[in-house]
Design a protein around this ligand. Structure first.
Ligand code: 5CA
Length: 440
């Protein structure tokens, strides 16, 4: 991508409305724009990061055996009347009437709709277990939308829904998502700690929130500090192994960890004082087991091996991609801007032409740009006529992991400078060596 032809509206000044660093940096880097309170456009740079986050979420959901579909944002009120949640959900639900005066709503979550899909097609235990997910916009008319896309009214959610014949089966489905979440957040460069949590309007009594520790987090959390060093389940995790996944779940729930709603002071005080971690955190995921709460009122049942009909046991599993992007920034930035983990960086590398119009600089940059693109890298080429200082500041602000800097003096020697955004380390090397770092 040539920056001169891209759309990346950088702000020079710090936006006054932004209270936390991620919101400030997302606005300054031209990643998002507020359209009305708590409703955002994702501008091209932001969209790239969001897509990469979603790609990782999707890979790990698929690895754990979940199957992707797509459900609409608008839902009919009837479904919610069946489950009894239409009235119970309250003011957070945006209610709409269509031209025939039929009550509709902008979905805050999809338990009812997915249960309806399930009951229309699945009749036998032989088709279980089943886990269906989508990555879709949601709307919750939050009283206090704030911190940009961290807590917005329209936001994206990966929501998965599992169906099993028995409680034991449902627990295995829960453990699959539990392990998938540990892997997902790790691949996003985050350390998320599962904590016992309140279930709120979703319901049930088994639930974990996945929390990232951050000073700007909205939740107050308490946990054993050893969680910070626990091993993440590997790529070869066997998601069909009931014992294997149970062992992962048991290990990750063996020490104290709770959000303030579930906090038990006495249990926390039993943790040796030096091991106690009391901090603020950001909830990036939340998983629930709620048994037959929706399947019973909505009549979602299957025939079991005993020939009888059984209401299915369900769970739901959410991750907030549009919250994850600012959460990653909260965890990874410095005074100059964002520092993206390579896995979600909007570009792998930025090529900075320090003297556009200088033949040697132009040729060198074009050569590097073409070679890296050919190697399948996402490359941003700063070919604008901005001052070098402005280009450096922009490259640091948008947080691309590697900068290749081509200035007249180095280029005259057949060299460029390669800067690591995270460490700030600069290395002068031949043009060929710079390319080979990515191609090899
Ligand atoms: N149906 C269940 C799970 S699929 C559910 O709705 N769970 S939830 O309410 O906990 O939301 C799941 C995730 O969505 C949260 O962990 C959070 O990451 C994200 N999320 C929830 N509300 C917001 C919001 N207002 N802004 C941004 N992300 C949000």
């Amino acid at each position: 991508m040539r920056l001169s032809r891209y759309f990346m509206p950088i702000l020079k000044e710090n936006p006054k409305e932004a209270e936390i660093v991620s919101h400030r940096l997302m606005l300054r880097a031209g990643m998002i724009r507020q359209q009305s309170q708590g409703i955002y456009s994702w501008l091209p740079l932001g969209k790239r990061v969001l897509d990469k986050v979603n790609a990782i979420i999707r890979e790990e959901q698929n690895r754990a055996g979940a199957i992707e579909l797509s459900m609409p944002t608008l839902q009919s009120a009837e479904l919610w009347q069946e489950s009894g949640r239409y009235d119970a959900y309250g003011k957070e639900m945006l209610r709409i009437k269509d031209r025939q005066d039929r009550p509709m709503l902008y979905g805050p979550t999809n338990e009812e709709m997915v249960t309806d899909i399930f009951r229309s097609a699945v009749k036998s235990y032989k088709d279980l277990p089943l886990n269906l997910y989508h990555i879709q916009l949601k709307f919750r008319d939050e009283i206090r939308p704030r911190f940009g896309t961290m807590r917005s009214r329209e936001f994206m959610m990966k929501d998965a829904y599992s169906f099993d014949l028995t409680r034991e089966g449902a627990e295995h489905s829960y453990n699959k998502m539990f392990a998938a979440y540990l892997r997902t957040f790790d691949r996003l460069g985050l350390r998320a700690i599962p904590m016992r949590a309140d279930t709120g309007p979703i319901g049930g009594n088994l639930s974990h929130e996945f929390i990232i520790l951050a000073d700007t987090g909205e939740s107050e959390v308490f946990c054993h500090k050893d969680f910070v060093g626990f091993d993440i389940p590997g790529e070869n995790t066997d998601f069909d192994s009931v014992e294997g996944l149970k062992a992962i779940f048991d290990k990750w729930t063996s020490l104290y960890a709770a959000t303030s709603e579930m906090h038990d002071e006495a249990a926390f005080n039993a943790v040796p004082e030096g091991d106690r971690l009391s901090a603020r955190g950001i909830e990036v995921g939340h998983i629930f087991y709620f048994g037959t709460k929706y399947s019973e009122p909505m009549g979602a049942k299957v025939q079991g091996p005993d020939g009888k009909e059984h209401f299915v046991h369900m769970g739901s599993y959410g991750i907030g991609p549009t919250r994850l992007v600012p959460a990653i920034i909260e965890a990874s930035h410095d005074d100059n801007g964002i520092i993206w983990p390579a896995s979600v960086a909007p570009f792998d590398v930025v090529v900075i032409n320090m003297k556009v119009g200088d033949e040697a600089c132009d040729d060198t940059c074009e050569l590097i740009y073409a070679a890296l693109k050919k190697a399948g890298k996402d490359v941003l080429y700063d070919d604008t006529d901005d001052r070098a200082g402005t280009k450096f500041a922009t490259a640091d602000l948008i947080g691309v992991p590697v900068q290749i800097i081509a200035g007249p003096r180095a280029v005259a020697n057949g060299e460029v400078e390669v800067k690591d955004r995270k460490t700030g380390a600069r290395e002068t090397m031949t043009i060929e060596a710079a390319i080979n770092r990515f191609v090899a």
